[in-house]
Design a protein around this ligand. Structure first.
Ligand code: SAM
Ligand code: SF4
Length: 499
Protein backbone atom coordinates (compact mmCIF):
# COMPACT_ATOMS: atom_id res chain seq x y z
CA UNK A 1 0.00 0.00 0.00
CA UNK A 2 1.21 3.51 -0.84
CA UNK A 3 2.42 5.40 2.23
CA UNK A 4 4.67 8.14 0.81
CA UNK A 5 3.63 11.76 1.38
CA UNK A 6 1.61 13.01 -1.54
CA UNK A 7 1.20 16.47 -2.96
CA UNK A 8 -2.29 16.26 -4.38
CA UNK A 9 -2.07 19.46 -6.42
CA UNK A 10 1.09 18.50 -8.27
CA UNK A 11 -0.34 15.01 -8.85
CA UNK A 12 -3.41 16.59 -10.43
CA UNK A 13 -1.25 18.78 -12.68
CA UNK A 14 0.73 15.82 -14.00
CA UNK A 15 -2.23 13.56 -14.51
CA UNK A 16 -3.26 14.63 -18.01
CA UNK A 17 -0.84 13.88 -20.83
CA UNK A 18 -1.85 16.18 -23.72
CA UNK A 19 0.30 14.25 -26.23
CA UNK A 20 -1.85 11.16 -25.56
CA UNK A 21 -4.93 13.09 -26.68
CA UNK A 22 -3.69 15.46 -29.37
CA UNK A 23 -2.53 12.75 -31.74
CA UNK A 24 -6.10 11.50 -32.08
CA UNK A 25 -7.73 14.87 -32.73
CA UNK A 26 -8.89 15.95 -36.16
CA UNK A 27 -6.88 18.43 -38.23
CA UNK A 28 -8.98 21.31 -36.83
CA UNK A 29 -8.18 20.22 -33.25
CA UNK A 30 -11.73 18.96 -32.62
CA UNK A 31 -12.72 15.59 -31.23
CA UNK A 32 -14.99 13.09 -33.00
CA UNK A 33 -18.21 14.12 -31.22
CA UNK A 34 -19.78 16.70 -33.46
CA UNK A 35 -22.68 18.17 -31.47
CA UNK A 36 -24.09 19.98 -34.51
CA UNK A 37 -24.06 16.87 -36.68
CA UNK A 38 -25.83 14.88 -33.94
CA UNK A 39 -28.46 17.58 -33.50
CA UNK A 40 -28.97 17.86 -37.23
CA UNK A 41 -29.47 14.11 -37.56
CA UNK A 42 -32.01 14.18 -34.77
CA UNK A 43 -33.91 17.13 -36.17
CA UNK A 44 -34.02 15.98 -39.80
CA UNK A 45 -34.91 12.29 -39.47
CA UNK A 46 -38.08 13.06 -37.59
CA UNK A 47 -40.77 11.00 -39.28
CA UNK A 48 -39.21 7.81 -40.62
CA UNK A 49 -41.76 5.73 -42.56
CA UNK A 50 -42.30 2.09 -41.71
CA UNK A 51 -40.38 0.88 -44.79
CA UNK A 52 -37.30 2.85 -43.67
CA UNK A 53 -37.57 1.42 -40.14
CA UNK A 54 -37.87 -2.09 -41.60
CA UNK A 55 -34.71 -1.61 -43.69
CA UNK A 56 -32.78 -0.36 -40.68
CA UNK A 57 -33.96 -3.31 -38.60
CA UNK A 58 -32.83 -5.69 -41.36
CA UNK A 59 -29.37 -4.15 -41.13
CA UNK A 60 -29.32 -4.70 -37.35
CA UNK A 61 -30.43 -8.29 -37.83
CA UNK A 62 -27.44 -8.82 -40.11
CA UNK A 63 -25.32 -7.68 -37.12
CA UNK A 64 -24.01 -4.47 -38.60
CA UNK A 65 -23.44 -1.26 -36.66
CA UNK A 66 -25.91 1.46 -37.62
CA UNK A 67 -24.95 4.93 -38.84
CA UNK A 68 -25.88 8.05 -36.89
CA UNK A 69 -28.60 8.81 -39.41
CA UNK A 70 -30.13 5.34 -39.02
CA UNK A 71 -29.90 5.59 -35.22
CA UNK A 72 -31.68 8.96 -35.34
CA UNK A 73 -34.53 7.41 -37.36
CA UNK A 74 -35.05 4.75 -34.69
CA UNK A 75 -34.86 7.30 -31.90
CA UNK A 76 -37.53 9.37 -33.61
CA UNK A 77 -39.88 6.47 -34.41
CA UNK A 78 -43.16 6.98 -32.57
CA UNK A 79 -45.62 4.80 -34.47
CA UNK A 80 -46.85 1.95 -32.24
CA UNK A 81 -46.31 -0.63 -35.01
CA UNK A 82 -42.73 0.55 -35.57
CA UNK A 83 -41.97 0.45 -31.85
CA UNK A 84 -43.34 -3.09 -31.60
CA UNK A 85 -41.23 -4.18 -34.56
CA UNK A 86 -38.13 -2.62 -33.01
CA UNK A 87 -38.70 -4.33 -29.66
CA UNK A 88 -39.15 -7.74 -31.33
CA UNK A 89 -36.05 -7.22 -33.46
CA UNK A 90 -33.98 -6.20 -30.42
CA UNK A 91 -34.65 -9.56 -28.80
CA UNK A 92 -33.91 -11.37 -32.07
CA UNK A 93 -30.55 -9.59 -32.33
CA UNK A 94 -29.70 -10.54 -28.76
CA UNK A 95 -30.66 -14.19 -29.40
CA UNK A 96 -28.62 -14.27 -32.59
CA UNK A 97 -25.47 -12.96 -30.93
CA UNK A 98 -25.81 -14.08 -27.30
CA UNK A 99 -28.59 -16.69 -27.38
CA UNK A 100 -30.44 -16.95 -24.03
CA UNK A 101 -27.35 -16.27 -21.91
CA UNK A 102 -27.00 -13.64 -19.26
CA UNK A 103 -23.83 -12.86 -17.33
CA UNK A 104 -23.85 -11.72 -13.71
CA UNK A 105 -21.29 -9.76 -11.72
CA UNK A 106 -20.97 -7.75 -8.53
CA UNK A 107 -19.73 -4.20 -8.12
CA UNK A 108 -16.88 -3.80 -5.64
CA UNK A 109 -16.25 -0.25 -4.46
CA UNK A 110 -12.68 0.01 -3.23
CA UNK A 111 -12.53 3.66 -2.29
CA UNK A 112 -14.59 6.82 -2.27
CA UNK A 113 -11.93 9.48 -2.03
CA UNK A 114 -11.93 11.64 -5.11
CA UNK A 115 -10.27 14.85 -6.29
CA UNK A 116 -13.12 15.62 -8.70
CA UNK A 117 -16.32 17.45 -8.04
CA UNK A 118 -18.96 16.00 -10.35
CA UNK A 119 -22.25 17.71 -9.53
CA UNK A 120 -24.22 14.41 -9.52
CA UNK A 121 -21.95 12.17 -7.44
CA UNK A 122 -22.05 11.51 -3.70
CA UNK A 123 -18.26 10.98 -3.71
CA UNK A 124 -17.49 14.48 -5.06
CA UNK A 125 -14.84 16.25 -3.04
CA UNK A 126 -17.16 19.06 -1.91
CA UNK A 127 -19.61 16.61 -0.30
CA UNK A 128 -18.60 17.01 3.33
CA UNK A 129 -21.34 14.57 4.44
CA UNK A 130 -19.62 11.57 2.82
CA UNK A 131 -17.56 9.36 5.12
CA UNK A 132 -14.36 8.61 3.22
CA UNK A 133 -12.55 5.34 3.11
CA UNK A 134 -9.96 3.33 1.15
CA UNK A 135 -10.05 -0.43 1.64
CA UNK A 136 -6.81 -2.00 2.89
CA UNK A 137 -5.60 -5.18 1.18
CA UNK A 138 -6.85 -7.24 4.14
CA UNK A 139 -10.25 -5.63 3.83
CA UNK A 140 -10.28 -6.30 0.08
CA UNK A 141 -9.59 -9.99 0.78
CA UNK A 142 -12.48 -10.11 3.26
CA UNK A 143 -14.79 -8.63 0.63
CA UNK A 144 -13.73 -11.32 -1.85
CA UNK A 145 -14.23 -14.08 0.71
CA UNK A 146 -17.86 -12.98 1.01
CA UNK A 147 -18.37 -12.43 -2.73
CA UNK A 148 -16.66 -15.56 -4.06
CA UNK A 149 -17.05 -17.83 -1.02
CA UNK A 150 -20.63 -17.16 0.08
CA UNK A 151 -22.49 -15.68 -2.89
CA UNK A 152 -20.59 -17.39 -5.68
CA UNK A 153 -19.62 -14.45 -7.87
CA UNK A 154 -16.88 -15.06 -10.45
CA UNK A 155 -16.83 -11.59 -12.01
CA UNK A 156 -16.48 -8.19 -10.48
CA UNK A 157 -16.53 -4.63 -11.57
CA UNK A 158 -13.97 -2.89 -9.37
CA UNK A 159 -14.85 0.78 -8.86
CA UNK A 160 -12.33 3.46 -7.83
CA UNK A 161 -12.55 7.21 -7.22
CA UNK A 162 -9.76 9.35 -8.66
CA UNK A 163 -7.13 10.17 -6.07
CA UNK A 164 -3.33 9.76 -5.67
CA UNK A 165 -3.92 7.28 -2.83
CA UNK A 166 -5.88 5.03 -5.18
CA UNK A 167 -3.75 5.54 -8.26
CA UNK A 168 -2.50 2.74 -10.49
CA UNK A 169 -0.19 1.32 -7.77
CA UNK A 170 -3.19 0.80 -5.51
CA UNK A 171 -5.21 -0.58 -8.41
CA UNK A 172 -2.53 -3.15 -9.24
CA UNK A 173 -2.16 -4.19 -5.59
CA UNK A 174 -5.88 -4.59 -5.06
CA UNK A 175 -6.34 -6.49 -8.33
CA UNK A 176 -3.60 -8.92 -7.37
CA UNK A 177 -5.22 -9.30 -3.96
CA UNK A 178 -8.61 -10.02 -5.56
CA UNK A 179 -7.28 -12.64 -7.99
CA UNK A 180 -5.24 -14.23 -5.19
CA UNK A 181 -8.14 -15.10 -2.86
CA UNK A 182 -9.28 -18.71 -2.74
CA UNK A 183 -12.45 -18.38 -0.74
CA UNK A 184 -13.79 -21.40 1.14
CA UNK A 185 -17.11 -22.76 -0.12
CA UNK A 186 -19.14 -25.79 0.96
CA UNK A 187 -17.59 -27.87 -1.86
CA UNK A 188 -14.06 -26.48 -2.01
CA UNK A 189 -13.15 -22.94 -2.97
CA UNK A 190 -14.47 -20.09 -5.05
CA UNK A 191 -12.45 -17.50 -6.92
CA UNK A 192 -12.95 -14.26 -8.82
CA UNK A 193 -11.91 -15.04 -12.39
CA UNK A 194 -12.49 -11.76 -14.17
CA UNK A 195 -12.21 -8.25 -12.79
CA UNK A 196 -13.52 -5.45 -14.95
CA UNK A 197 -12.67 -1.90 -13.92
CA UNK A 198 -14.68 1.30 -13.71
CA UNK A 199 -12.29 4.10 -12.94
CA UNK A 200 -10.90 7.40 -14.09
CA UNK A 201 -9.12 7.80 -17.42
CA UNK A 202 -5.49 6.70 -17.21
CA UNK A 203 -2.35 7.16 -19.28
CA UNK A 204 -1.17 4.48 -21.71
CA UNK A 205 1.61 3.49 -19.32
CA UNK A 206 -0.79 3.00 -16.40
CA UNK A 207 -3.22 1.07 -18.60
CA UNK A 208 -0.39 -1.24 -19.68
CA UNK A 209 0.25 -2.08 -16.03
CA UNK A 210 -3.40 -3.00 -15.55
CA UNK A 211 -3.30 -5.09 -18.70
CA UNK A 212 -0.38 -7.04 -17.25
CA UNK A 213 -2.34 -7.88 -14.09
CA UNK A 214 -5.03 -9.37 -16.32
CA UNK A 215 -8.05 -7.11 -16.21
CA UNK A 216 -11.19 -7.78 -18.18
CA UNK A 217 -13.00 -4.71 -19.53
CA UNK A 218 -11.87 -1.16 -18.80
CA UNK A 219 -14.94 1.05 -18.46
CA UNK A 220 -14.95 4.82 -18.59
CA UNK A 221 -18.34 6.47 -18.91
CA UNK A 222 -18.30 9.78 -20.76
CA UNK A 223 -21.28 10.76 -18.55
CA UNK A 224 -22.55 13.21 -21.18
CA UNK A 225 -21.37 13.57 -24.77
CA UNK A 226 -22.82 17.07 -24.98
CA UNK A 227 -19.83 19.42 -24.67
CA UNK A 228 -21.59 22.32 -22.93
CA UNK A 229 -23.40 20.12 -20.41
CA UNK A 230 -20.13 18.29 -19.70
CA UNK A 231 -18.59 21.65 -18.77
CA UNK A 232 -21.48 22.55 -16.51
CA UNK A 233 -21.44 19.38 -14.40
CA UNK A 234 -17.65 18.91 -14.23
CA UNK A 235 -16.03 22.06 -12.84
CA UNK A 236 -13.17 23.57 -14.78
CA UNK A 237 -9.76 22.96 -13.24
CA UNK A 238 -10.69 19.44 -12.08
CA UNK A 239 -9.19 16.49 -13.96
CA UNK A 240 -12.63 15.31 -14.92
CA UNK A 241 -13.34 18.77 -16.33
CA UNK A 242 -11.18 17.77 -19.33
CA UNK A 243 -13.68 16.29 -21.83
CA UNK A 244 -11.07 15.10 -24.32
CA UNK A 245 -8.82 13.37 -21.79
CA UNK A 246 -11.84 11.30 -20.83
CA UNK A 247 -13.16 10.79 -24.36
CA UNK A 248 -9.90 9.33 -25.64
CA UNK A 249 -9.17 7.08 -22.65
CA UNK A 250 -10.53 4.05 -24.44
CA UNK A 251 -8.28 4.80 -27.43
CA UNK A 252 -5.37 4.74 -24.98
CA UNK A 253 -6.67 1.50 -23.50
CA UNK A 254 -6.62 -0.10 -26.96
CA UNK A 255 -3.10 1.22 -27.46
CA UNK A 256 -2.10 -0.34 -24.14
CA UNK A 257 -3.44 -3.75 -25.19
CA UNK A 258 -6.70 -3.57 -23.20
CA UNK A 259 -8.98 -4.35 -26.10
CA UNK A 260 -12.20 -4.96 -24.18
CA UNK A 261 -13.45 -1.47 -23.43
CA UNK A 262 -16.75 -0.30 -21.95
CA UNK A 263 -18.63 2.85 -22.91
CA UNK A 264 -21.35 4.52 -20.91
CA UNK A 265 -23.38 7.65 -20.47
CA UNK A 266 -25.11 8.81 -17.32
CA UNK A 267 -28.66 9.30 -18.52
CA UNK A 268 -30.33 12.31 -16.94
CA UNK A 269 -27.64 14.93 -17.48
CA UNK A 270 -28.77 15.91 -20.99
CA UNK A 271 -31.29 14.86 -23.69
CA UNK A 272 -31.27 11.05 -23.77
CA UNK A 273 -31.49 10.93 -27.58
CA UNK A 274 -28.30 12.95 -27.89
CA UNK A 275 -26.50 10.59 -25.47
CA UNK A 276 -27.54 7.50 -27.47
CA UNK A 277 -26.13 9.17 -30.60
CA UNK A 278 -22.92 9.94 -28.67
CA UNK A 279 -22.56 6.30 -27.61
CA UNK A 280 -23.05 5.11 -31.18
CA UNK A 281 -20.58 7.71 -32.50
CA UNK A 282 -18.03 6.58 -29.90
CA UNK A 283 -18.46 2.93 -30.79
CA UNK A 284 -18.14 3.70 -34.51
CA UNK A 285 -14.98 5.73 -33.89
CA UNK A 286 -13.37 2.80 -32.05
CA UNK A 287 -14.40 0.42 -34.83
CA UNK A 288 -12.93 2.74 -37.42
CA UNK A 289 -9.64 3.32 -35.60
CA UNK A 290 -9.02 -0.10 -34.06
CA UNK A 291 -11.31 -2.49 -35.93
CA UNK A 292 -13.19 -3.22 -32.66
CA UNK A 293 -16.18 -1.44 -31.22
CA UNK A 294 -17.11 -1.29 -27.56
CA UNK A 295 -17.16 -4.59 -25.68
CA UNK A 296 -19.98 -3.29 -23.48
CA UNK A 297 -22.24 -0.28 -23.20
CA UNK A 298 -23.74 0.91 -19.91
CA UNK A 299 -26.61 3.35 -19.59
CA UNK A 300 -27.08 4.18 -15.90
CA UNK A 301 -29.89 6.57 -15.06
CA UNK A 302 -29.17 9.32 -12.59
CA UNK A 303 -30.12 8.11 -9.09
CA UNK A 304 -30.66 10.12 -5.91
CA UNK A 305 -27.57 10.47 -3.79
CA UNK A 306 -27.14 11.75 -0.24
CA UNK A 307 -26.59 15.51 0.02
CA UNK A 308 -26.61 15.81 -3.79
CA UNK A 309 -29.53 18.05 -4.78
CA UNK A 310 -28.47 18.03 -8.45
CA UNK A 311 -29.87 14.49 -8.81
CA UNK A 312 -33.35 15.50 -7.70
CA UNK A 313 -33.49 18.65 -9.78
CA UNK A 314 -32.24 17.63 -13.22
CA UNK A 315 -34.71 18.48 -15.99
CA UNK A 316 -33.36 15.70 -18.22
CA UNK A 317 -34.43 12.75 -16.07
CA UNK A 318 -35.35 9.80 -18.29
CA UNK A 319 -38.86 8.33 -17.92
CA UNK A 320 -39.37 4.54 -17.88
CA UNK A 321 -40.95 4.71 -21.33
CA UNK A 322 -37.98 6.54 -22.82
CA UNK A 323 -35.58 4.25 -20.98
CA UNK A 324 -37.16 1.20 -22.62
CA UNK A 325 -36.83 2.90 -25.99
CA UNK A 326 -33.20 3.83 -25.49
CA UNK A 327 -32.33 0.25 -24.56
CA UNK A 328 -34.10 -0.96 -27.70
CA UNK A 329 -32.30 1.51 -29.95
CA UNK A 330 -28.86 0.79 -28.48
CA UNK A 331 -29.48 -2.96 -28.93
CA UNK A 332 -30.29 -2.40 -32.60
CA UNK A 333 -27.58 0.20 -33.27
CA UNK A 334 -24.61 -1.83 -31.95
CA UNK A 335 -25.87 -5.41 -32.31
CA UNK A 336 -22.66 -7.19 -31.29
CA UNK A 337 -22.01 -5.14 -28.13
CA UNK A 338 -22.73 -6.40 -24.62
CA UNK A 339 -25.31 -4.33 -22.74
CA UNK A 340 -25.20 -3.86 -18.99
CA UNK A 341 -28.12 -2.95 -16.75
CA UNK A 342 -27.35 -2.48 -13.07
CA UNK A 343 -29.15 -2.76 -9.76
CA UNK A 344 -29.69 0.99 -9.90
CA UNK A 345 -32.87 -0.10 -11.74
CA UNK A 346 -35.87 -1.82 -10.11
CA UNK A 347 -36.53 -5.55 -10.45
CA UNK A 348 -39.40 -4.80 -12.82
CA UNK A 349 -37.30 -2.64 -15.13
CA UNK A 350 -34.56 -5.26 -15.16
CA UNK A 351 -37.10 -7.92 -16.15
CA UNK A 352 -38.38 -5.77 -19.01
CA UNK A 353 -34.88 -4.94 -20.21
CA UNK A 354 -33.97 -8.62 -20.39
CA UNK A 355 -36.51 -9.10 -23.15
CA UNK A 356 -34.94 -6.23 -25.08
CA UNK A 357 -31.45 -7.62 -25.27
CA UNK A 358 -29.54 -7.00 -22.05
CA UNK A 359 -26.52 -9.30 -21.70
CA UNK A 360 -25.09 -8.52 -18.26
CA UNK A 361 -26.39 -7.48 -14.87
CA UNK A 362 -25.29 -7.35 -11.25
CA UNK A 363 -26.95 -9.00 -8.25
CA UNK A 364 -26.50 -9.19 -4.46
CA UNK A 365 -25.01 -5.75 -5.01
CA UNK A 366 -23.73 -3.54 -2.24
CA UNK A 367 -22.10 -0.27 -3.12
CA UNK A 368 -21.06 0.89 0.35
CA UNK A 369 -17.31 0.62 0.89
CA UNK A 370 -16.64 -2.63 2.79
CA UNK A 371 -20.32 -3.56 2.74
CA UNK A 372 -20.04 -7.23 1.66
CA UNK A 373 -17.96 -8.36 4.62
CA UNK A 374 -19.14 -5.90 7.27
CA UNK A 375 -22.62 -7.26 7.73
CA UNK A 376 -25.44 -4.99 8.73
CA UNK A 377 -23.55 -1.89 7.70
CA UNK A 378 -22.30 -0.12 4.64
CA UNK A 379 -25.57 0.56 2.85
CA UNK A 380 -26.11 3.86 4.63
CA UNK A 381 -26.17 6.92 2.36
CA UNK A 382 -22.93 8.51 3.55
CA UNK A 383 -20.92 5.46 2.50
CA UNK A 384 -22.36 4.89 -0.93
CA UNK A 385 -22.38 6.80 -4.18
CA UNK A 386 -26.15 6.63 -4.74
CA UNK A 387 -29.10 4.42 -3.73
CA UNK A 388 -29.89 1.08 -5.40
CA UNK A 389 -33.25 0.11 -6.91
CA UNK A 390 -32.94 -3.68 -6.62
CA UNK A 391 -31.19 -5.35 -3.71
CA UNK A 392 -32.26 -8.95 -4.42
CA UNK A 393 -29.75 -11.76 -3.89
CA UNK A 394 -27.90 -13.45 -6.74
CA UNK A 395 -29.84 -16.63 -5.94
CA UNK A 396 -33.20 -14.86 -6.37
CA UNK A 397 -32.15 -13.08 -9.56
CA UNK A 398 -30.82 -16.29 -11.12
CA UNK A 399 -34.03 -18.13 -10.23
CA UNK A 400 -36.04 -15.47 -12.00
CA UNK A 401 -33.80 -15.67 -15.08
CA UNK A 402 -34.19 -19.45 -15.13
CA UNK A 403 -37.97 -19.12 -14.88
CA UNK A 404 -37.76 -16.81 -17.91
CA UNK A 405 -35.80 -19.45 -19.84
CA UNK A 406 -32.39 -17.77 -19.53
CA UNK A 407 -29.17 -19.44 -18.47
CA UNK A 408 -26.80 -17.52 -16.20
CA UNK A 409 -23.27 -17.91 -17.46
CA UNK A 410 -20.30 -17.64 -15.14
CA UNK A 411 -17.95 -18.22 -18.03
CA UNK A 412 -14.76 -16.20 -18.04
CA UNK A 413 -12.95 -18.43 -20.52
CA UNK A 414 -13.01 -15.88 -23.34
CA UNK A 415 -10.49 -13.51 -21.87
CA UNK A 416 -8.42 -16.25 -20.23
CA UNK A 417 -7.96 -17.96 -23.63
CA UNK A 418 -7.22 -14.70 -25.44
CA UNK A 419 -10.69 -14.50 -27.01
CA UNK A 420 -10.95 -10.73 -26.49
CA UNK A 421 -11.10 -7.59 -28.59
CA UNK A 422 -11.33 -8.07 -32.35
CA UNK A 423 -11.20 -11.84 -32.01
CA UNK A 424 -14.29 -11.96 -29.80
CA UNK A 425 -16.12 -9.35 -31.89
CA UNK A 426 -15.56 -11.36 -35.08
CA UNK A 427 -16.69 -14.52 -33.31
CA UNK A 428 -19.79 -12.73 -32.03
CA UNK A 429 -20.62 -11.30 -35.45
CA UNK A 430 -20.38 -14.70 -37.09
CA UNK A 431 -22.13 -16.49 -34.24
CA UNK A 432 -19.07 -18.72 -33.60
CA UNK A 433 -18.37 -17.45 -30.07
CA UNK A 434 -21.86 -18.69 -29.29
CA UNK A 435 -20.67 -22.28 -29.54
CA UNK A 436 -17.98 -21.92 -26.86
CA UNK A 437 -20.27 -19.74 -24.82
CA UNK A 438 -23.14 -22.21 -24.86
CA UNK A 439 -20.94 -25.06 -23.63
CA UNK A 440 -19.19 -22.96 -21.01
CA UNK A 441 -22.45 -21.44 -19.81
CA UNK A 442 -23.80 -24.92 -19.01
CA UNK A 443 -20.57 -26.03 -17.31
CA UNK A 444 -20.20 -22.91 -15.18
CA UNK A 445 -23.89 -22.78 -14.32
CA UNK A 446 -23.74 -26.43 -13.17
CA UNK A 447 -20.78 -25.51 -10.99
CA UNK A 448 -22.63 -22.57 -9.43
CA UNK A 449 -25.83 -24.56 -8.86
CA UNK A 450 -23.87 -27.22 -6.98
CA UNK A 451 -21.88 -24.80 -4.87
CA UNK A 452 -24.24 -21.93 -4.10
CA UNK A 453 -27.87 -22.35 -5.19
CA UNK A 454 -30.82 -22.70 -2.83
CA UNK A 455 -33.10 -25.69 -3.44
CA UNK A 456 -35.71 -23.83 -5.51
CA UNK A 457 -33.11 -22.13 -7.68
CA UNK A 458 -31.38 -25.45 -8.24
CA UNK A 459 -34.63 -26.98 -9.51
CA UNK A 460 -35.34 -24.03 -11.83
CA UNK A 461 -31.73 -24.02 -13.08
CA UNK A 462 -31.66 -27.75 -13.75
CA UNK A 463 -34.69 -27.44 -16.03
CA UNK A 464 -32.78 -24.90 -18.10
CA UNK A 465 -29.66 -27.06 -18.16
CA UNK A 466 -31.64 -30.08 -19.35
CA UNK A 467 -32.92 -28.12 -22.31
CA UNK A 468 -29.48 -26.72 -23.11
CA UNK A 469 -27.90 -30.19 -23.11
CA UNK A 470 -30.51 -31.39 -25.60
CA UNK A 471 -29.70 -28.41 -27.85
CA UNK A 472 -25.95 -29.04 -27.65
CA UNK A 473 -26.52 -32.68 -28.64
CA UNK A 474 -28.31 -31.63 -31.80
CA UNK A 475 -26.27 -28.54 -32.69
CA UNK A 476 -22.75 -29.80 -31.84
CA UNK A 477 -22.71 -33.60 -32.19
CA UNK A 478 -18.93 -33.63 -32.75
CA UNK A 479 -18.13 -32.19 -29.36
CA UNK A 480 -21.04 -33.64 -27.39
CA UNK A 481 -19.31 -36.56 -25.70
CA UNK A 482 -16.36 -34.39 -24.70
CA UNK A 483 -18.76 -31.84 -23.31
CA UNK A 484 -20.71 -34.45 -21.31
CA UNK A 485 -17.45 -35.79 -19.90
CA UNK A 486 -16.63 -32.30 -18.53
CA UNK A 487 -20.21 -31.94 -17.30
CA UNK A 488 -20.12 -35.22 -15.33
CA UNK A 489 -16.70 -34.38 -13.88
CA UNK A 490 -18.04 -31.04 -12.63
CA UNK A 491 -21.04 -32.80 -11.09
CA UNK A 492 -18.59 -35.00 -9.19
CA UNK A 493 -16.68 -31.99 -7.84
CA UNK A 494 -14.03 -30.92 -10.38
CA UNK A 495 -14.02 -27.16 -11.03
CA UNK A 496 -13.05 -24.62 -13.67
CA UNK A 497 -13.26 -26.90 -16.74
CA UNK A 498 -14.01 -24.99 -19.92
CA UNK A 499 -13.68 -24.94 -23.71
N1 SAM B 1 -14.46 7.86 -10.54
C1 SAM B 1 -14.55 7.19 -11.77
C2 SAM B 1 -15.24 8.01 -12.81
O1 SAM B 1 -15.88 8.99 -12.48
O2 SAM B 1 -15.13 7.61 -13.95
C3 SAM B 1 -15.26 5.87 -11.71
C4 SAM B 1 -16.17 5.58 -10.63
S1 SAM B 1 -17.71 6.43 -10.64
C5 SAM B 1 -17.91 6.02 -9.00
C6 SAM B 1 -18.71 5.33 -11.65
C7 SAM B 1 -19.89 5.91 -12.37
O3 SAM B 1 -20.95 6.14 -11.47
C8 SAM B 1 -19.70 7.25 -13.01
O4 SAM B 1 -19.02 7.13 -14.22
C9 SAM B 1 -21.13 7.76 -13.15
O5 SAM B 1 -21.66 7.47 -14.43
C10 SAM B 1 -21.91 6.93 -12.13
N2 SAM B 1 -22.61 7.80 -11.18
C11 SAM B 1 -22.11 8.83 -10.47
N3 SAM B 1 -23.10 9.42 -9.75
C12 SAM B 1 -24.25 8.75 -10.01
C13 SAM B 1 -25.61 8.90 -9.59
N4 SAM B 1 -25.99 9.85 -8.75
N5 SAM B 1 -26.52 8.04 -10.08
C14 SAM B 1 -26.18 7.06 -10.93
N6 SAM B 1 -24.90 6.87 -11.37
C15 SAM B 1 -23.94 7.71 -10.91
FE1 SF4 C 1 -15.19 11.20 -8.45
FE2 SF4 C 1 -16.13 9.54 -10.31
FE3 SF4 C 1 -17.75 10.54 -8.41
FE4 SF4 C 1 -16.84 12.14 -10.28
S1 SF4 C 1 -18.20 10.34 -10.61
S2 SF4 C 1 -16.87 12.61 -8.09
S3 SF4 C 1 -14.82 11.31 -10.64
S4 SF4 C 1 -16.06 9.16 -8.09
Amino acid sequence: MQTKAINVNSWIKERIKPEEVDKYLKADGKDFINDKEIEQNLSTNTKPDIKRIKDIIDKSLSIQTLTLEETACLLNAEDAGALQMMAEAALKVKKKVYDNRIVTFAPLYLSNICVNDCAYCGFRRSNTDASRRVLSLDEVKKEIEALAGEIGHKRLIAVYGEHPLTDVDYMVQTLEAIYGVKAKTKNGFGQIRRVNINAAPLSVEALKRLHQVGIGTYQVFQETYHHQTYKTVHPEGTIKGNYKWRLYCLHRAMEAGVDDVGLGALFGLYDWRFEVMGLVAHSRELEEKFGIGAHTISFPRLEPSENTPFCDNSKYKVSDRDFIKLITVIRLAVPHTGMIITARETAEMRRKSLSLGITQTDASSKIGIGAYSERGSGQEGSRQQFFLGDTRSLDEVIREFADMGCITSFCTAGYRCGRTGKCIMDLLRTGKEGQFCKLNAVLTFREWLNDFAGEETKKAGEKVIEREIKEVKVAMPGIFSNFMDYYERIKKGERDLYF
